[in-house]
Design a protein around this ligand. Sequence first.
Ligand SMILES: NC(=O)c1ccc[n+]([C@@H]2O[C@H](COP(=O)([O-])OP(=O)(O)OC[C@H]3O[C@@H](n4cnc5c(N)ncnc54)[C@H](O)[C@@H]3O)[C@@H](O)[C@H]2O)c1
Length: 286
Amino acid sequence: MAHPLPQYGWFDRHTRNCVRYVEFGLRKKMLQGRVALVTGAARGIGRASAKILASNGAHVACVDLSESTETVNSINDNGGTSRGYVVDITSKQSVEDLVHQIHQDTSLHTSLLVNCAGITRDGFLWKLSEKDYDDVLSTNLKAPFLLTQAVAKNLIVSRKLESGSRSNDVVNVGSVVNISSIIGKTGNMGQSNYASAKAGLLGLTKASAKDLAMHGIRVNAVLPGFINTPMAAAVPEKILESVRQSIPFGYLGEPEDIAESVLYFCGRQSKYVTGSVLEVTGGLYM
Ligand SMILES: NC(=O)c1ccc[n+]([C@@H]2O[C@H](COP(=O)([O-])OP(=O)(O)OC[C@H]3O[C@@H](n4cnc5c(N)ncnc54)[C@H](O)[C@@H]3O)[C@@H](O)[C@H]2O)c1
């Protein structure tokens, strides 16, 4: 009995696969036409986030205290578009100048913001200096506030100018992703400054999500567990080993695991999600 379906040879299958591949390449990428500002983009989670947003079509402004050359080159060499900016994001003036500069360079307003830059200055509470407390709060909490404010102001004003009044179409105008930490939820020995900042960032996420929802700007947070980056490499191996043993998956996450969540929060798949917190921890402290 003849087979009911047509039989394709290798050549037909190969041709169909080629057509699919070309179609896929031509299809508009999800974040095409968007400008994403990623802080801490020179390495670690920031670099992975910058790369995944660029590979989904966004133009990425890579912001860091250090040069983001490796990140920018990798994006541009792989068909994306990106530019590096060396900026200290704890200064209000520098942040405002940065957002203005990105607009000048791209002729577009930044509509995706990933607040990823962060620092640790660990020490037991009774020994922690005021400077180490202030520096950690300044980078991990104040800077995301300054950036969210600058980016949101620009988006809101530009939309008002374009439409003459507030437009009814306020779906997915912008998206802010704050990289907090599971430590913001649980606390951690020797990290009263870092835990305060990361818990504060969750408060900032929810309050700014409420303020910005009417303008179509969403704000969400990711809580990484322990992730394989230079920041985690600074933790003594003995402590890392005990952390590994307490992670249900038994190993540290990779920066790309966090970047996938950043992509989700930036894309249209999450257009009805705001003020939410996603734990990406391998099950740690669930
Ligand atoms: N790695 C982890 O295990 C882990 C876990 C939970 C949360 N996080 C958070 O994820 C984020 C990224 O962590 P990572 O591990 O990739 O860190 P990382 O140390 O590898 O990279 C942080 C980047 O931020 C930049 N930066 C610091 N201060 C800055 C400033 N004032 N202005 C501009 N850039 C500045 C640094 O130069 C660096 O390139 C941080 O907010 C961190 O707290 C990391």
